[in-house]
Ligand binder design. Structure first.
Ligand SMILES: [Zn+2]
Length: 130
């Protein structure tokens, strides 16, 4: 999995994840939702950004099954790396968990679940909606 970059702009996001809550920035100027966290709206360059709790629901846009473990957060392979389109209109790279990798499907509805990977770090993952 990617290495999280925790800085002043993304700190509220990571603090939310630690509480089990997925937060997304919302631009008060152009009313768009933004991901990944940053200081300026990438669409209108406004700094008027507000943190809002996301629905936590999304749809699998694409995925791949990784059969070898690598990186800092390597777990028992196979693991499912996915792009998920959140209902708020942004796309995030994540892991699908709680399913057999052969059951992963493009277009499947998923919901966020927070996975603790290290003592002081949790990551948002997604699991199929039952
Ligand atoms: Zn904007």
């Amino acid at each position: 999995m990617f290495e999280p970059m925790i800085d002043a702009d993304s700190r509220p996001y990571w603090d939310g994840i630690a509480r089990g809550e997925l937060l997304l920035q919302h631009c008060l100027s152009c009313a768009r939702t933004i991901f990944y966290p940053r200081a300026l709206c990438p669409l209108c360059f406004s700094t008027e950004l507000e943190w809002r709790t996301a629905s936590g629901s999304g749809t699998v846009y694409s995925y791949t099954v990784m059969r070898k473990a690598f990186g800092r957060f390597a777990t028992d392979p196979p693991t499912v790396l996915a792009l998920v389109d959140l209902d708020e209109g942004v796309r995030m790279m994540t892991h699908l968990v709680g399913l057999d990798p052969s059951d992963a499907r493009i277009g499947a509805r998923v919901e966020v679940t927070v996975k603790s990977v290290e003592e002081d770090l949790s990551l948002p993952c997604f699991t199929p909606v039952p």
